[in-house]
Design a protein around this ligand. Structure first.
Ligand SMILES: [Zn+2]
Length: 229
């Protein structure tokens, strides 16, 4: 993998005792050079960064050392924890809009290699903790987008994909989503959290309806993490 060092000054010490146990995938919304500029600009009012930027041709740019916290997640929540910059690694994948533009094959091949390396270095990152920005910040964020190949990543051992033939979850859909990791409704209305789930696991129809297919997909995930349907 072609790797280029492009250090960003935008990082902080991780809080004492913070494990690195979440991997967050993003798309940049910007072309490569602009992305690198923004993610290493120390003068913006809201400073941002990521550990890695992955170009469309598969070139990997290293911005922030993994042992430091990068500023990619913002207000976020997963499995009962907030402010996930402290405990996560963030990868920004160059794509102008992941709902509209496919991710090139060579970029995804490089991403799979990078994720394998990260997961080997950080075994505390459980499969369910490989997430999209849209999972941890529903309504506010939609990256990495409907065209991101989550199923292919899961087939390569990165993150989870619903097991076929599961029983649909019964009852309160929000409680079941929270058992997997999603935030509780509050500031963000419940249907937006259902949409975040569908965006990732049923991109063909993102309507916020907790229908039978949605419940079956969620059941097929909870089965894999021991939190039963
Ligand atoms: Zn993002």
């Amino acid at each position: 993998m072609k790797t280029v060092d492009h250090p960003s000054p935008n990082h902080a010490v991780r809080p004492a005792g913070a494990a690195i146990d979440v991997l967050v995938l993003h798309y940049t919304e910007l072309p490569l050079q602009e992305s690198l500029d923004v993610l290493s600009d120390p003068a913006r009012p809201l400073k941002v960064s990521a550990h890695y930027v992955l170009a469309e041709d598969g070139t990997l740019y290293r911005l922030v050392p993994e042992e430091r916290a990068a500023w990619h997640a913002g207000k976020s929540w997963w499995r009962g924890r907030e402010a996930l910059n402290a405990s996560s690694i963030g990868i920004e994948i160059v794509n102008l809009h992941g709902d509209r533009h496919d991710y090139p094959q060579q970029q995804i091949a490089a991403l799979i290699k990078l994720c394998h390396d990260i997961l080997a270095r950080h075994p505390a990152i459980a499969p369910r903790n490989v997430v999209g920005h849209s999972d941890i910040a529903p309504q506010r964020k939609i990256d990495p987008g409907l065209r991101f190949p989550w199923q292919a990543l899961a087939a390569a051992g990165i993150g989870l994909w619903p097991k076929a033939g599961a029983r649909p979850v019964e009852g309160d859909i929000q409680a079941a989503l929270q058992r997997f990791g999603y935030p509780p409704p509050g500031e963000v209305p419940g249907p937006e959290i259902v949409k975040a789930f569908q965006r990732r696991f049923r991109p063909a129809r993102v309507d916020g309806e907790a229908d039978r297919e949605t419940r079956t997909l969620l059941g097929g995930l909870l089965d894999q993490v021991g939190e039963g349907a």
